[in-house]
Design a binder for this molecule. Structure first.
Ligand SMILES: Cc1cc2nc3c(=O)[nH]c(=O)nc-3n(C[C@H](O)[C@H](O)[C@H](O)COP(=O)(O)OP(=O)(O)OC[C@H]3O[C@@H](n4cnc5c(N)ncnc54)[C@H](O)[C@@H]3O)c2cc1C
Ligand code: FES
Length: 291
């Protein structure tokens, strides 16, 4: 689907009233790493829960009365219809307020919003997912979906970088992902006494990727913009076309429906034309040539 601004998207239709804020209960809180927790949110209204569907890469707006409303990616398995996980790092006022809440507390949720990872285009292809730090949560739904339909895809690789070994998210899931056919490679900026893995930036893993077939690979990238730029540069150097690269972008958001302009990137609004973009569509606005 292509919008009036020429930006291609994968899912950008609102599946429900975009202004409707639904009451959700915190069903579970899983402490991931220092300052980051995953909140399982369950809709109070069963009919809303039954109707709620999302695609990997989409986000919700979480509303905490008195604190504010924030965009948070859905980090759950799209097949999970019971609750909806969001992995959240404490950054400022709203996320700090959320961190003080407990199981059973309620908040507001509207969504899902935005475009998704190009799951259909991955069929028959190798898929490389590259991410850093808190960039992994928006990719986790894609991982679940790829592994559920594993036979449809070629080689699956996750390249993940973090500041230090204790800041790698979802470590208790890596073995299961590997057993199910995902190659997981991690790297850290700073090692500790127990770390036997890679040390260095995540693009190093990209450069080291073996059996890389540039004609038949889809690359998904999510992380800080500087990481994204170096990743794209590395991918282009390894022969990938811009059309094979998909990136998830982040900006401060308010309305999430393309009205307020807070999230504008060139002619695009990240909330409704993104957050996932095919790279060639936004390349002029995140130019890597100047690196
Ligand atoms: C599409 C999308 C998906 C997101 N998914 C997640 C997620 O899965 N998990 C998660 O922890 N966070 C996610 N974020 C970021 C999250 O929305 C912000 O961290 C949050 O709004 C901060 O709110 P706050 O009131 O706690 O902090 P604030 O007081 O608003 O901000 C604290 C600091 O963070 C900066 N900041 C605020 N919002 C952003 C942003 N969007 N990008 C970069 N810096 C920002 C501010 O400039 C300030 O320096 C996502 C953002 C977007 C746009
Ligand atoms: S958040 Fe308002 S236009 Fe995107």
């Amino acid at each position: 689907m292509t919008g009036s601004n020429g930006i291609e998207s994968t899912v950008a239709q609102f599946s429900s009233d975009p202004w409707a804020t639904h009451c959700v209960t915190i069903e579970n809180i899983h402490r991931e790493i220092a300052g980051v927790a995953t909140y399982d949110l369950a809709f109070r209204d069963k009919s809303v829960a039954d109707a709620f569907r999302f695609s990997p890469g989409q986000f919700n707006m979480l509303y905490l009365p008195g604190a504010g409303e924030i965009a948070i990616s859905i980090s759950d398995d799209p097949a999970n219809t019971q609750s909806c996980a969001h992995t959240i790092r404490v950054a400022g006022n709203v996320t700090r307020t959320l961190a003080s809440m407990k199981i059973g507390d309620t908040l507001g949720l509207r969504g899902p919003f935005g475009t998704s990872w190009p799951m259909a285009q991955c069929i028959g292809r190798d898929v490389v997912m590259i991410t850093g730090g808190i960039g992994l949560p928006p990719l986790r739904p894609a991982i679940y979906q790829l592994l559920r339909d594993r036979r449809l895809f070629g080689r699956l690789s996750l390249l993940y970088g973090a500041r230090s070994p204790d800041t790698l998210l979802y470590q208790d899931e890596y073995d299961r992902w590997t057993e199910n056919g995902l190659s997981v490679a991690t790297t850290v900026d700073r090692s500790d006494a127990n770390w036997r893995g890679n040390v260095g930036v995540v693009t190093m893993l990209m450069d080291q990727l073996r059996d890389f077939d540039p004609r038949n690979t889809v690359l998904m990238c999510c992380g800080p913009e500087v990481m994204l730029r170096f990743t794209v540069l590395s991918a282009l150097n390894r022969g990938l076309a811009m059309e094979q690269i998909w990136v998830s972008m982040e900006r401060n958001m308010q309305c999430a429906v393309g009205h307020c302009g807070h999230c504008q990137l060139g002619p695009a609004f990240i909330c409704k034309d993104g957050p996932v973009f095919r790279y060639d569509k936004i390349a002029p606005y995140i130019d890597v040539k100047g690196l």
